[in-house]
Ligand binder design. Structure first.
Ligand SMILES: *Cc1c(COP(=O)(O)O)cnc(C)c1O
Length: 237
């Protein structure tokens, strides 16, 4: 399959899920998750109209961002990519994130948010931030507990160089649709509760290749799709 067809396939899965849920197709954005895949693959999707790409591993992402800046074709065509950081964040790595990304989906502690705000360069627009919610209750999972989301969100809202846009969750690693649905709906209910409290959140990042339809049914406005676009990942390389 060529890139345009792969992209159109995912767009039509999104459109079908939106229509089934009685939501407009424009309600859900596609984030292409490019971890482990080279810049050349990203540029192929970019030439088909995909502009937002998500990366999990900081060094790998920075390598691609540097390659893009040095890429002769990308330079002449003025290729612009919106880079989203979606992986775990170590506090000593916040500076390059603040400098190179336009979105961060995985903020789950105050210290990280404060550092991102302090380190966001003044010539860039505020960094768009999502707070990651631990909806599975597993201790091993990143994310703030749902009952702590309000305090963290309120604190972030007061930070000068961050724009709090919403929430993100990664549910349990299971095929059990009922369980996934409980977790997605948990995140949606936290999202709604925060908006009732006066926050103006517009982005709910949930759903991946295997479960994007369910996530859209549960209110997702941003699906993060990797393998269904790029193919299976090979971590041995
Ligand atoms: C890898 C990854 C994805 C994409 O997963 P696929 O199943 O390949 O679509 C989405 N979100 C996060 C946080 C990821 O790490």
């Amino acid at each position: 399959m060529n890139r345009a067809t792969q992209l159109a396939d995912i767009q039509s899965r999104i459109a079908a899920a939106c229509s089934k849920a009685g939501r407009p197709g424009s309600a859900v954005k596609l984030l292409a998750v490019s971890k482990t895949f080279p810049l050349s693959d990203i540029l192929e999707f970019h030439s088909c109209g995909q502009t937002s790409f998500g990366e999990n591993y900081l060094q790998e992402a920075l390598d691609k961002i540097t390659q893009l800046a040095d890429h002769p074709n990308a330079q002449t065509t003025g290729t612009h990519i919106d880079w989203h950081f979606i992986g775990p964040i170590q506090s000593n790595k916040t500076k390059p994130i603040a400098e190179n990304f336009s979105w961060v989906h995985s903020v789950d502690r105050l210290k990280i948010a404060q550092r991102l705000s302090d380190q966001r360069p003044a010539n860039l627009p505020p960094l768009n931030v999502l707070v990651q919610i631990n909806t599975s209750g597993e201790d091993s999972k990143s994310g703030v507990n749902p009952d702590q989301a309000i305090d963290l969100c309120m604190a972030i809202q007061g930070m000068k160089n961050l724009a709090l846009r919403g929430l993100m969750t990664i549910p349990s690693n299971t095929d059990n649709t009922d369980q996934l649905k409980i977790e997605f709906l948990k995140c949606k209910s936290v999202f709604d509760a925060l908006n009732v409290q006066g926050l103006k959140l517009d982005t709910l990042s949930m759903g991946m290749s295997a479960d994007l339809e369910l996530a859209i049914e549960c209110g997702s406005s941003c699906v993060r799709v990797g393998s269904a676009l790029f193919g299976a990942r090979d971590y041995s390389k």
